[in-house]
Design a binder for this molecule. Structure first.
Ligand SMILES: *Cc1c(COP(=O)(O)O)cnc(C)c1O
Length: 400
């Protein structure tokens, strides 16, 4: 059997054809595929607007900027995430404040967030960035209520969660990134994620002003072809008589970035998106099989609670001796992974004073967690092999 990774992309003949067509077209970037991908992705998650960017990290950065994040502000996030979630706060010169996870769901614990808010004068914090960790949505309804109470914005880091949803208090499905509860949501199209573009990201929102700001920030802060120009007449432009702007006219009105996605990536994204539901179904079936295989085994702790709508970017378990299980699986050709080393313990964040003991649940989770192979092309036979290896490890008495 070949080595089994924890995650991998699935590229089809259709994907290759879509990319090839774009390569032979007139536009490699700033062409029609971007708009098509944005429109289809917005429809997929049920949001009004979507803005494609060069990766999820860039998406987080300009989402935070578009909501007004500035030096001196404070934003709350989880330590159990990829560093980029916290880093976007630092890009804006603002301060990262970590709150601990719920030890059962492994998601940012809203009770801990509330405690932080209650312990400081109003206005201390400006936003919250919860993460749909492993593909399981946070209860954004509860977060929105809390955020409204304190006048905060929410950026949903939905990089793990395209296609995920939770059921709100009215019994409605609330899809990740649908723009109803978070002010902006960010997705990633890195190859280990659900939809692969090589590199790529998407921001969704229902706020037209945020949408316009994101479009400017993505492309150098440039405005073109609308009625919001600031300069009335740059060197007359030969337009003194007509009073209209010439065709080449554009304005850089603010400091933006080049965070654009290429049409090559967008073509792949459109093609991948058309297979996303199928991939999601397969991920859920794989999760169900793991879930059943480990049910009733006291040595394997699963993400607990309500899991309808989980998008299963990852399938994580906790075991007593995670290091030995990792090594054992590796020696059997299974490349499991650990998600994540708590961000507050990264040397960069330690410089701000974060240390062991600050986030006891996150740190305890980190000591035991391991992500098992989870991707749509994982075969039944491969998965059974993984399950057998995990069970034979944990059931061997000397490991327990
Ligand atoms: C992958 C990921 C990101 C960053 O996305 P990139 O596209 O790799 O920049 C941010 N947050 C989380 C939770 C992620 O998993």
């Amino acid at each position: 059997m070949n080595t089994i990774p924890y995650g991998r992309q699935h590229i089809t003949e259709e994907d290759i054809k879509a990319v090839t067509e774009t390569l032979l077209s007139t536009h490699l970037t700033q062409g029609p595929k971007i708009a098509e991908f944005e429109k289809k992705f917005a429809e997929y998650v049920g949001a009004e607007y979507a803005v494609a960017v060069c990766n999820g990290t860039a998406g987080l950065h300009i989402a935070a900027l578009s909501l007004g994040l500035q030096p001196g502000d404070k934003v709350i996030t989880t330590p159990i995430t990829f560093s980029a979630t916290a880093n976007c706060i630092r890009y804006c010169g603002a301060e990262v404040v970590f709150a601990d996870i719920d030890p059962d769901t492994w998601l940012l614990d809203i009770k801990k967030v509330r405690e932080l808010l209650q312990a400081s004068p109003r206005g201390t914090y400006i936003g919250i960035i919860p993460v749909d960790f492993a593909g399981r949505m946070v209860n954004l309804e509860a977060y929105r209520k809390l955020a409204d109470e304190y006048g905060l914005w929410i950026i949903e880091d939905a990089c793990h969660a395209p296609g995920a949803y939770f059921i709100d208090a009215y019994g409605h499905k609330q899809a990740a990134g649908n723009g109803q509860l978070a002010h902006a949501s960010v997705f990633s199209f890195h190859p280990v994620k659900h939809i692969a573009c090589g590199e790529g990201g998407m921001i969704t929102t229902n706020d037209i002003e945020v949408y316009k700001e994101l479009n400017r920030l993505r492309s150098h802060g440039i405005t073109k072809g609308d009625d919001s120009y600031i300069n009335s007449n740059v060197f007359a432009c030969g337009t003194e008589d007509s009073g209209s702007y010439p065709g080449w006219y554009m304005e850089m009105q603010q400091l933006g970035y080049n965070y654009r996605m290429t049409d090559i990536q967008a073509a792949l994204g459109v093609s991948q998106l058309s297979q996303a539901e199928q991939g999601l179904k397969k991920r859920r079936a794989i999760a169900q099989k793991y879930h059943d295989a480990f049910a009733g085994n006291a040595s394997v702790i699963r993400q607990s609670g309500y899991v309808e709508g989980h998008a299963y970017h990852l399938y994580v378990i906790e075991v007593r001796d995670r290091f030995k299980l990792y090594e054992y699986l590796k020696s059997n050709g299974i490349l499991a992974q650990v998600h994540y080393i708590p961000v507050h313990l990264m040397p960069y964040y330690r410089q701000s004073g974060w240390k062991e003991g600050d986030m006891p649940h996150a740190e305890n989770y980190y000591k035991h967690c391991i992500s098992l192979p989870m991707y749509p092309t994982l075969t039944d036979e491969e998965q059974q092999y993984v399950i057998n290896k995990v069970l034979s490890f944990v059931n061997e008495s000397n490991h327990n």
